[in-house]
Every structure is written in C-alpha cells, then in structure tokens.
Design a protein around this ligand. Sequence first.
Ligand SMILES: CC(C)(COP(=O)(O)OP(=O)(O)OC[C@H]1O[C@@H](n2cnc3c(N)ncnc32)[C@H](O)[C@@H]1OP(=O)(O)O)[C@@H](O)C(=O)NCCC(=O)NCCS
Length: 211
Amino acid sequence: MTALNPDTLHPLPDQASMAYLKPLVADHPKVEAGDFSYIHSFDDPNTFPEQVKYAFDFIDDKLIIGKFCSIAHGATFILNGGNHFADRLSSYPFPIFGCWGEQDPGAWPNKGPITIGHDVWIGFDATIMPGVTIGNGAIIAAKSVIASDVEPYTIVGGNPARQIKERLSRQDAARMQGLSWWNWSVERIQAASDALMNADLDALEAIANSR
Ligand SMILES: CC(C)(COP(=O)(O)OP(=O)(O)OC[C@H]1O[C@@H](n2cnc3c(N)ncnc32)[C@H](O)[C@@H]1OP(=O)(O)O)[C@@H](O)C(=O)NCCC(=O)NCCS
C-alpha cells in the first residue's frame, strides 16, 4: 500500500490535500521530517515550505520534525531569521541597510532550532516560535502561539500557549516514552495500531515484548 511507504509524496492517491513531509522536504536545506509525518492543506500541501518563515541559509538553525506527526493547514514555523535585537535602544535593524554606519552589532539573536518530537499533532493555524522544543505525543491547539517548550503528552493552547491538560498520567506518559513505538518496524506498528487507537497500553507493551 502506498501509505506504508514514507517516501510517497501523496499517501492517499485520491487526496491531493495530504502529503508526507519526508519526501516533500528531502531537498530543503532547513527542514528535516521523519517517516509518516504529514501536512494537510486546503490549498496545496506541496507549498509546506512557505509555512516555514525566515528560513535563511546564512543562519544556523533548522526545523526538525519527528515521525508520525500531524500538521494542520496554516501551522507556521518561525525560524531565527526574523529576530531583531530586543536588548538595544532600538529594535530597528540599522546595520542591514548599509547606510546608517558601519557598526558591527555582534551576533544576531538565535534561539536555536525548532524541534518537534514524534506523534505530535499541531492544530490549525498554530504558530511555533524559534528555539521551541515540543515533546513526543504533545498536542498543540488550533490558533496557539507556542513560545516555550511543550512537555511530552500534554495538550497546550492559547497565546501564549499554556497547558490545557495532560493527555496521559505521568506514569503512562513515561511508559509510552519507553516504548517509543514510532521507532518500530512498519509491520509491528501495523500490529499495534489497534492498541494505539484503543488506548490499550498493556496490549501495546505486550506487542513490544513479542518476538
Ligand atoms: C486542543 C484540542 C485538541 C482540545 O480538545 P479537547 O481535548 O476536546 O478539549 P476541550 O474542547 O474540552 O477544551 C479543553 C480546554 O481547552 C480550551 N481550548 C480548546 N481549544 C483551544 C484553543 N484552540 N486555544 C485555546 N484554548 C483552547 C477550552 O476552552 C477548554 O478550556 P477550559 O478547560 O478552561 O474550559 C482542540 O480544542 C483543538 O484545538 N484541536 C485542533 C483541531 C485542528 O486544528 N485540527 C486540524 C486537523 S489536523
């Protein structure tokens, strides 16, 4: 089946609105995406790179997306190329115009990469700010602005986003992290998908322990 190949651009041949990210960003210098993560777009999912803003090759940063992530239409990732100085007497970027003096302002602010874990769901029109790490299994509510790190298996929302609830108890979240099912073979994940959808953690662990 087409959808079992993470290198397929359109996993559902009749659904042009969905695309697997891994092949879509294979040649993108600033974006990495893991197997089976997908973008849904009401326009054209192939324009996903336009959702990664301020992606300049002369700046050392990246957007790194794990496996099995669901990314909604309009989710936007702001990289460090959009940063101005916030600790000077003016935030206006005088040096880039080359006509206001030759002063070297020092290194421009860089908060590092955006790192999205595995099995993360990013809702419609959410905005992810530079340097943020989103833990495995997290959910980002629609229209949220994520300006700080998100704990694994939590649901966050709002602007600035705050924790809405925990998806799993701390113990179950730790068990899920230990299983790291997203790293299993496709065959084992196929066998596990009912347990994943039925929230049957004991069954999932049994599959993990089976040969
Ligand atoms: C985050 C989300 C999953 C929560 O759903 P839920 O678990 O059913 O939670 P509820 O609707 O019961 O809401 C729980 C709380 O979160 C708040 N909340 C829900 N969505 C929110 C949002 N987008 N921004 C801010 N707060 C939100 C609710 O107001 C509620 O607050 P309260 O406890 O103070 O009353 C859902 O609201 C959401 O945003 N889904 C994304 C949909 C989407 O974008 N899909 C794209 C297709 S890939």
